[in-house]
Design a protein around this ligand. Structure first.
Ligand SMILES: [Zn+2]
Length: 271
């Protein structure tokens, strides 16, 4: 496996609107599909450990999925009922497009299959999707509205997230997952009203980082609204900032220190 290359790019001062990571080739390349699969599974297990550390778990709710690099209609996911904080690479299960577990031990959460199978089917560009019942995301979701561009970080979602405004109970039917993926469209995230957040990415790293920073953006807006009358960033500046902090490359890059942190603290996750 080769490490991602960071190539010198044009002087960022020359064009203040340039993508700060325009010169970064953020997708690692792999010699074999086995290496690529192993890399995705390690990133996925690390994401679960981080979600556990951040307290995003609520009983048995929540799932992060990674599309298999070879069997494109299959995705890797956490076994139903296992703590995020204990998940190792060897615990991940592979689920096909009928919901059958085709590799690994454990059962698949029906809701995980109903939602994620439809998101992966509707978005061939999406490698990973993350959903959990994190406290600030679900609190914000009850308001039934999009996030405002209140902070630089929140601008990652400016014009790039949607609201699924139709809670009808636990998602057990893939048809409901289809409706969620329709609401998501080509965006990076969707707020599921009265339920929580769902984010997607072109890498596992990106999907996990968008979830983490979206949860914190929900927290920031709730805090700001509780304390006073927050001043949003104007549309033009929010759009500019979105191009600076909301690209797939920035999402991937922002996850790297978190990965380094968790792999050092909990090296057994790769077992
Ligand atoms: Zn859920």
């Amino acid at each position: 496996m080769s490490e991602p290359s960071v190539e010198p790019s044009a002087d960022p001062q020359a064009d203040p609107q340039a993508d700060p990571l325009a010169g970064v080739s953020y997708l690692p390349s792999f010699a074999t599909v086995e290496e690529e699969r192993r890399h995705r599974k390690e990133r996925l297990a690390a994401s679960f450990r981080l979600f556990g550390r951040f307290g995003f778990d609520e009983g048995v709710a929540g799932h992060i999925t990674a599309r298999d690099p070879e069997r494109l209609d299959c995705f890797w996911v956490n076994p139903f009922g296992m703590s995020f904080s204990h998940i190792r690479v060897s615990d991940l299960i592979l689920v096909d497009d009928t919901g059958a577990v085709v590799e690994g031990d454990g059962i698949v959460n029906t809701a995980a299959f109903a939602i994620h199978s439809q998101v992966h089917a509707a978005r061939p560009d999406v490698i990973a999707a993350a959903h959990a019942h994190s406290i600030y995301g679900k609190s914000w979701s009850a308001l039934g509205r999009l996030l405002d561009p209140l902070t630089q970080d929140a601008c990652a979602f400016y014009g790039d997230h949607a609201l699924f405004d139709d809670y009808t109970g636990v998602v057990l039917d893939p048809e409901e997952g289809k409706r969620i993926s329709h609401a998501l469209g080509d965006r990076k995230a969707v707020i599921l009203r009265n339920h929580g957040l769902l984010t997607v990415g072109h890498t596992v790293d990106e999907a996990a980082f968008w979830f983490i920073t979206m949860e914190r953006s929900c927290q920031a807006q709730l805090l700001a609204m509780a304390a006073g009358d927050p001043i949003p960033i104007d549309d033009e500046t929010a759009r500019l900032t979105a191009g600076q902090v909301g690209t797939p490359g920035i999402g991937w890059f922002s996850f790297q220190p978190l990965f380094e942190q968790i792999i050092r603290a909990e090296p057994d996750l790769v077992e």
